[in-house]
Design a protein around this ligand. Structure first.
Ligand SMILES: [Zn+2]
Ligand SMILES: [Zn+2]
Length: 260
């Protein structure tokens, strides 16, 4: 039996056994747990269980690392952000009734090429929307009110990915990842697969480790260290706008980039 067929059999069983609203809510909880909470906890365990390996692979030096208390505070806020987003989704499901789902629960599991198409679409839509939202959040007139909170961790740890002001959490963390595929009408399984990847990517980007080259954690780590560089997630929009080099906004760096 091939994997797609097995997935279809499991999906048939789930649709027969549970109400649509319950399936959707469980999907959200599983995605958050598998995509973020488990990987972020594993990154934290590397710090604690393998300190020598951890020191060798940290992008920024040991003296710049946050204290245990700061890490604990980060974990609490990050988990709280996850909790209230799931709670809001739970309220939405409760209001619309368990017999309805807001996401596409089509009984036919999409073919692999649709999963891949959704993935590429989601990746590009997230890169473009996140880049501009993130750059707007860095605008001097609003930076201190919202985005400054996320930049508390100059040397980030995995949980710092979701350490953000509630407005930023919705605008920059939740919407760019979920909204494009929702509007496209993608299947819930496709959305779950994509969001799981994106959450893991966010945890890896903030992990502070150099051993993961995909995604390249150094890009966003440098953003936390130097602020005005690498606003996107995969480097594409920064390459287009020339914001992929520290000092891009200073006349000298602009000229040097032109001369390359
Ligand atoms: Zn960040
Ligand atoms: Zn930023």
């Amino acid at each position: 039996m091939d994997l797609h067929r097995e997935l279809q059999v499991t999906w048939d069983h789930i649709l027969k056994s549970y109400k649509p609203g319950a399936i959707e809510l469980m999907g959200v909880i599983i995605t958050q747990t598998v995509g973020f909470i488990i990987p972020a906890t594993l990154y934290m365990l590397i710090d604690t269980l393998f300190p020598k390996f951890s020191q060798r692979h940290k992008i920024q030096g040991a003296r710049r690392q946050p204290t245990h208390q700061q890490v604990l505070h980060c974990v609490k806020v990050s988990l709280f952000n996850h909790l209230w987003v799931v709670a809001l989704h739970g309220i939405l499901v409760w209001l619309t009734g368990l017999d309805h789902a807001t996401l596409n629960l089509d009984p036919i599991v999409p073919p692999w090429k649709e999963f891949i198409g959704d993935f590429v679409f989601g990746l590009l839509a997230r890169e473009i929307s996140f880049y501009y939202i993130h750059r707007a959040l860095h605008h001097p007139s609003i930076y201190v009110y919202i985005h400054k909170m996320h930049h508390k961790y100059v040397t980030p740890v995995a949980f710092a990915a979701e350490y953000a002001h509630p407005v930023e959490h919705i605008l920059a963390n939740v919407m760019p990842v979920t909204l494009p595929l929702y509007l496209k009408g993608a299947h819930i399984l496709s959305i779950m697969a994509f969001v799981t990847f994106e959450l893991w990517e966010a945890a890896a980007d903030h992990s502070g480790y150099d051993f993961l080259k995909l995604p390249p954690a150094e890009l966003h780590d440098l953003h936390h260290e130097k602020f005005r560089v690498n606003y996107g997630t995969i480097g594409l929009m920064d390459w287009i706008h020339g914001t992929d080099v520290v000092g891009w906004d200073k006349p000298k760096a602009k000229q040097a980039k032109k001369d390359e």
